[in-house]
Design a protein around this ligand. Sequence first.
Ligand SMILES: NC(=O)c1ccc[n+]([C@@H]2O[C@H](COP(=O)([O-])OP(=O)(O)OC[C@H]3O[C@@H](n4cnc5c(N)ncnc54)[C@H](O)[C@@H]3O)[C@@H](O)[C@H]2O)c1
Length: 384
Amino acid sequence: MSHFTRPARSIARSPPAEITDDEDAPHGFYPRMSRCYSFARAAASGAVTKKHTDKGRDRSPMKDFAGKIAVITGGGTGMGRELARQLVAEGCNVAMCDVSEAAMAETKRLCEAEKLPQGLRVTTHVADVAIEDHLKRFRDEIAEQQQTDRIHLLFNNAGIGGGGSLFTNTREQWERTFNICWGGVYLGVRTFLPMLVAADEAHIVNTASVNGFWASIGMGQAHTAYSAAKFAVKGFTEALINDLRLHAPHVKCSVVMPGHIGTSIVANSRKVQSGDGSERLNADEVALTRKRMAAAGVPDADKMSDEDIQAAFAERARSFLEDAPTTAAQAAKIILDGVKAERWRILVGEDAKRLDERVRATPEQAYDRAFYESFTQEVGWRLG
Ligand SMILES: NC(=O)c1ccc[n+]([C@@H]2O[C@H](COP(=O)([O-])OP(=O)(O)OC[C@H]3O[C@@H](n4cnc5c(N)ncnc54)[C@H](O)[C@@H]3O)[C@@H](O)[C@H]2O)c1
C-alpha cells in the first residue's frame, strides 16, 4: 500500500490524480503534474480545485458546442475529420492530432472552407496516440496554441485495423493495433482528464466498434487484436461512468460503436502498420492477403499474380469507403447528437443496431457461420 493512501472519509470526494484539493489536503498530497504548462499553473493558483467535483450533478446535457474546445485524435480522415468539420460549423474550437500531417492539413482546409467565426481556433498536432510522450506534447501544445487550461470534449477516435492473428501476424503487428486502439484511448483519457475536470462541463467520447461487443469480422479472417482492444474500450468507458459520477460528475462519457462506416480505414491501417505511407502492399502483405483470400474461399486466390492481389486490395479499400451503408459525415452527426442527448452508448448505423439486438438475442450462436451469413445477408455487409 502506498503512502498516498487517503483517509476513508475523503474517498468519495477525492479528485482524480493531478487535481489539487485545496481544502482537505496539504500541498503535495496529490501528485502534481511534472511538466510545467498552463493547467498546472492554474491548479497551483487555485483555479482548479475540488470544487469542480461538486459541479454538474443536476446539470442538463451539453446542448451547445459553440465556444467550447474539442480535442480529436485521428482527425486526419474519416469520422475524425467529419467530427472536426461539424464541430467547427457549430462554433467549437478544435485541436486534432494524427500521424499524418498532410491529412490533418486537408481537414483544417475543409474546416476553414466554411467561414470560421472570428477567433475560432483549429489547430493540428502530429502525435501517435500509442505513445504517451506524444500525447503529453499534444496536450502542452493545445494549452499553448489554444491558450487554455481546460477542454470540454475529448474524442478518442484514432484507430487502425489489422494485425489480427496470433498465427499469421507478427507480435509487433498485433501489439501495434492493440496499442493504438486500446492504449490510445486509455492514454488519451489519462492525459486529458485534468483539463476535462477543469472545465465547467465536459464529455469524453471513446470510439469502440461493433467489435466491442462482437469479436468477429467474418469467418475467413482472424480479428483478435482489434476485438480485444475494442472490448477494452467498451468495458473501460462503461466503468468510467461511475468513476466520473463519484469523482467528477460534471464530466460525462460515451462509448461509440459504429457498424460499417465509409472511411479509408482499410488503406490507412496498412499505412500505419507498415509505416511506409504507401498505397501499395509490400511483398509480405501480398503473400498474407493471398492466403487470407484463399481461406475466405476466393476462387483460385492461390494462383493470382502479385498485381492481381494489389488490385484486389485496392478494390477492397475502395469498396469499404464507397459502398458502406453509413457515411463518415452521417456517423459524426449521430455521435454528436448522442453527446448532446448524453447517451452513454452510441450505436452508429442500422447494421450496428441490428447486430447488437442479434448478439443479445442469441449470444451462444454469435460466432457460428449461420449467424454471420444470416446477419450479413440482412444488412448487406460484404466484408471479410
Ligand atoms: N470505419 C468503420 O467501419 C469503423 C467501424 C467501427 C469502428 N471504427 C473506429 O472508428 C475510428 C475512426 O476510424 P475511421 O473509420 O474514421 O478510420 P480512418 O482511417 O479514416 O481515420 C482514422 C484516423 O486515425 C489516424 N491514426 C491511425 N493511427 C494513429 C495513431 N497511432 N495516432 C494518431 N492517429 C492515428 C489515421 O491516420 C486516420 O487519419 C477508429 O477507432 C476505428 O477503429 C471504424
